[in-house]
Write a protein that binds this ligand. Structure first.
Ligand code: DOR
Length: 440
């Protein structure tokens, strides 16, 4: 199907930009949202989607994923990851530079963009990775959603952990800087201290709350000093959230992952090293403080940090296991299940997973169901519950930290640029996404 054709979605609960739901119809044409009304008459060329009982939301924009291509395709690749996106209602993603080669210059970025144009079922954008010596590259490459600094928890050239080096990056230019905020020196010290431990729960003790707070404070200090646009990736602790409550400049944004909201240190006893990620999961009390910060607007939006590793790698035994877990397939149902249980509203979930992300990264024409906006949409079912099953996972890693969780809010249809990329359990692998644009 080409996006020259039109789709008529009939009788959905349509989430409008004012936060109200309209029970009605929506027509897409040439990749855009063309008409929204309580009743639209079908045309000959319309593909009809009967959406009675379903909720129509703007497609999810996941602003932090690791899709492993090029170089680590045995874990995931842009095709498998984007199939998982289609199933999860994720119509656009922003991907991280820790691939091989690292995405640290224009030619590596161009290569990723070319691969994505060939293989990606959904829309894509890429971060440029900072090293200690690629300042010119990070300021001039295009298109990029921003500069990623691993202040901690990285290896090789992507680790920029010394204050002078980090400051050099903050001091020049105006492009958004997104930080993985962990204090590498403290982590290394504590790794030595706990070197004989093999229980994965020790991961949260080694890379502790103070390690996260130290780095977040440093990033905020530099952002203040240079008035530099800063985004704090995957906030994990209550102490950081409380610090931000009183020390967050207007030009700073913050994200949290679903797993830092609903998983915690008790997860190690249930799923072992599958719960291991960076920054680590924290105590149940931290879940509560992060929820409060999200509801209060201290945290602006949600990212999955989709970071797949194979089950063989995850079976190596701590500390030889890699950190990270997949997320794009489950993030929307996990969050909508929380909404259904009264923790937040559907409108808030959609804002955190779409509208607020488009705004923060200045992605034009996305994140709202509005006439003239791109037809990136997801129809979800909040009437039925189903468990997450390993055998249904599309991510190449083949597992989820949410296996066995009984969730609602699964996508029934996902539409990218006016084309149906996922329908009732089936991915349409002929669809291709587009490169995202980012305003300055
Ligand atoms: O747990 C993580 N895994 N956190 C990161 O920041 C990187 C990621 C990965 O690439 O595996």
């Amino acid at each position: 199907m080409s996006n020259q054709s039109s789709i008529l979605i009939q009788n959905a609960q349509i989430l409008l930009p004012n936060g109200e739901f309209l029970l009605g119809d929506l027509r897409t044409q040439k990749g855009l949202i063309m008409e929204i009304s309580s009743k639209l008459e079908p045309n000959e060329q319309d593909t009809i989607i009967a959406a009675t009982g379903l909720i129509l939301l703007p497609g999810v924009i996941d602003p932090q994923v690791h899709f492993r291509e090029p170089g680590l395709e045995y874990k995931e690749d842009l095709f498998t990851a984007s199939c998982a996106c289609a199933k999860g209602g994720v119509t656009s993603f922003l991907e991280m530079p820790n691939t091989n080669p690292l995405t640290i210059n224009q030619s590596a970025l161009d290569h990723k963009l070319k691969l994505a144009s060939e293989k990606c079922l959904v829309n894509y954008g890429f971060f440029i990775g900072a090293t200690a010596n690629n300042l010119e590259d990070i300021l001039t490459v295009n298109p990029t959603c921003g500069i990623k600094i691993f202040m901690g928890s990285a290896h090789g050239d992507l680790l920029v952990s010394k204050e002078e080096e980090i400051e050099t990056i903050f001091a020049k230019g105006s492009r958004l800087i997104a930080v993985h905020a962990e204090d590498q020196a403290r982590i290394l010290e504590r790794k030595k201290q706990f070197a004989t431990e093999t229980d994965p729960a020790i991961h949260s003790v080694i890379q502790d709350e103070t390690a996260a707070l130290n780095a977040t404070k440093l990033a905020l200090k530099l952002s203040q000093k240079y008035q530099r646009r800063l985004h704090i990736l995957h906030l994990s602790t209550g102490i950081e959230a409380e610090y931000l409550r009183t020390n967050k400049p207007s030009w700073v944004t913050v994200e949290v992952t679903p797993q830092h909201l609903v998983l915690n240190t008790e997860s190690y006893a249930k799923i072992g090293t599958l719960a291991q990620m960076n920054p680590p999961l924290r105590s149940p009390q931290n879940n509560e403080i992060l929820w409060k910060a999200l509801l209060d607007g201290v945290i602006d939006f949600i990212a999955t940090d989709h970071a797949p590793h194979t089950l063989e790698e995850k079976a190596k035994g701590y500390p030889n296991t890699p950190s990270g877990m997949p997320g794009v397939e489950t993030s929307l149902p996990v969050m909508l299940t929380q909404a259904k249980q009264g923790r937040c509203t559907i409108v808030q979930v959609s804002n955190w997973m779409s509208t607020a992300v488009a705004k923060a990264y200045k992605i034009p024409n996305k994140g709202k169901i509005e006439i003239g906006f791109d037809a990136d949409l997801v129809l979800v079912d909040l009437n039925n519950y189903r468990p997450v099953l390993r055998e249904e996972i599309l991510s190449k890693c083949g597992w989820s930290p949410f296996e066995g969780w009984d969730l609602t809010g699964y996508p029934i249809y996902t539409i990218v640029g006016g084309e149906i990329v996922y329908a009732q359990g089936k991915v349409n692998t002929n669809v291709r996404g587009k490169a995202l644009n980012f305003g300055e």
